[in-house]
Design a binder for this molecule. Structure first.
Ligand SMILES: [Zn+2]
Length: 211
């Protein structure tokens, strides 16, 4: 399942990335028409609070309208609409730019590598922006919150919504072409998705962790 949050939902988008979902976030000021066109081109489900988006014919069947309330209400509504698995591939994507992270081995020959070796493993890097991640308290708090949302809100998808191509169903990547479809909107070369190494800490402060 590929998602596209409107620009007002940046915080929710980062949490969806934290859960492991390919979640695009348009540049500020992107016109509604361009946002819908991108969702169609990249086969993404749009998540928005903007009721005007429903007026676009191309948005029909791929739009989830969220309530006006805060993050928790958005998480509940989205879980009900799309059967979001908040422990899908936890902490496997860059929170900043959505790219799947790749494992790195710190190189003791360079200062950056020596600094990274002093931080708890495993270590991963975003191949798009270069950001490094490692384990730590921030990671534990994020995982705890994802797990709490999973317990509170996750419901298995209904059979009627599980057909390929349905916005609430199986991801398009399961229909054929190898893994590239799961790698996000931008072309990113690099290693496999770090699906089972949910272990790092973003070195940005606060953008996701605060309530
Ligand atoms: Zn990145």
């Amino acid at each position: 399942m590929r998602l596209l949050c409107d620009e007002m939902l940046g915080r929710l988008a980062r949490w969806l990335r934290a859960a492991g979902y390919d979640t695009a976030l348009p540049e500020p000021g992107t016109a509604d028409r361009a946002l819908v066109a991108r969702a169609v081109a990249e086969n993404r489900t749009i998540i928005s609070r903007d009721r005007k988006l429903a007026e676009f014919r191309a948005a029909r069947g791929r739009l989830v309208r969220l309530p006006e309330d805060g993050l928790e209400a958005a998480v509940a509504a989205l879980s009900a609409a799309l059967a979001i698995d908040w422990l899908h591939r936890p902490l496997s994507r860059c929170l900043r730019c959505n790219a799947p992270l790749v494992p790195v081995t710190p190189d003791p020959a360079i200062p950056e590598g020596r600094a990274l070796r002093r931080l708890p493993p495993p270590h991963t890097r975003c191949p798009a922006c270069g950001k490094l991640y490692w384990a730590g308290g921030h990671r534990r708090r994020m995982l705890a919150r994802l797990a709490a949302w999973q317990r509170a809100y996750h419901r298995p998808p209904r059979p009627a919504l599980s057909r390929a191509g349905d916005p609430g169903g199986r991801p398009a990547s399961s229909r054929g072409k190898s893994g590239t479809a799961a790698l996000g909107g931008r072309a990113i070369e690099g290693g496999p998705v770090a699906a089972n190494g949910p272990a790092w800490q973003p070195n940005v402060k606060g953008s996701v962790s605060r309530r």
